[in-house]
Design a protein around this ligand. Structure first.
Ligand SMILES: [Zn+2]
Length: 267
């Protein structure tokens, strides 16, 4: 059974795609983190540290099933020949995780791509030389600001992801915060990349934020001010992180993150 969270009419389902060590020492990934901060992070999330002292991270996507259909947030690391293959533990297991959750790829009507990093778009388009969108009936949502910055973010993804989605008319570019048909709210959380976006679902007092890379390690949950070395604009990333983590007065915020050990964390 895939871990899930029920919030009013929405079921948010965590979909495992893989797990593996980060490609550089964690002290380089978070150069400002101190010994006490690392110790607190390791107590909070022991699974984020492997026996060799490496940062061990999960790679997952989330499905949001509501009355109106299925929205997928992010598309994981992808198959063996995906653009993430140079560093991530491909092949990913997302197709099996979708099947275990009872979701067929054709049922997914919306795919929100939080940003253009290879471990978030892996299953968006598959097929190598003959690329095709893995979700044949889905509209893929990306911020215009992210596409505008593709040369700085990852130019390779223009031919492997963007062009194939354009060819089948499945790419929809967003200009800022957008409410989807099913009531999910896509909101901009720039900094990690210029057009980074997250997804919020709300019911009663409960909020679920599917965060993408707004935070990538538990140390940033305990210390949101800590910069991650792969943030394009660390100041903006920090502001986005602090704004989301502050939540709203009187509500309970649940985070759904791709990379932390537990798929759901209630703040
Ligand atoms: Zn990223």
């Amino acid at each position: 059974m895939s871990p899930s969270l029920q919030i009013g009419p929405y079921t948010v389902i965590a979909l495992a795609d893989g797990a593996g060590p980060f490609f550089s020492p964690r002290s380089e990934a978070f150069p400002d983190a101190g010994t006490e901060q690392w110790a607190a992070a390791d107590r909070f999330d022991p699974g984020a540290l492997d026996a060799d002292g490496r940062w061990w991270l999960q790679f997952r996507a989330f499905a949001i099933r509501g009355d109106q259909g299925v929205t997928l947030v992010d598309a994981g690391i992808g198959p063996a020949d995906s653009p993430a293959a140079s560093w991530a533990p491909v092949p990913g297991a997302l197709p099996a995780s979708l099947a275990a959750a009872g979701i067929e790829p054709f049922e997914v009507d919306t795919v929100v791509l939080t940003h253009l990093h290879t471990d978030h778009v892996g299953w968006a388009v598959v097929g190598g030389e003959q690329p095709r969108p893995f979700f044949p009936n889905a509209e893929y949502l990306l911020q215009q600001a992210e596409l505008d910055a593709i040369e700085e973010v990852n130019p390779q993804l223009r031919s492997t992801v963007i062009d194939p989605l354009r060819k089948t008319a499945q790419l929809r570019l967003l200009d800022g915060d957008t409410t989807l048909r099913g009531g999910e709210r896509v909101f901009t959380t720039p900094g990690h990349t210029p057009g980074h976006q997250s997804v919020l679902v709300a019911s009663g007092r409960d909020l679920v934020a599917v965060t993408g890379d707004l935070l990538v390690h538990p140390i940033q949950l305990l210390h949101p001010e800590l910069a991650y070395a792969h943030e394009m604009d660390p100041g903006q990333a920090r502001a986005s992180r602090e704004q989301v983590l502050r939540g709203r007065v009187g509500s309970t915020l649940h985070l759904a993150t791709p990379h932390l050990t537990e798929p759901f964390i209630t703040c």
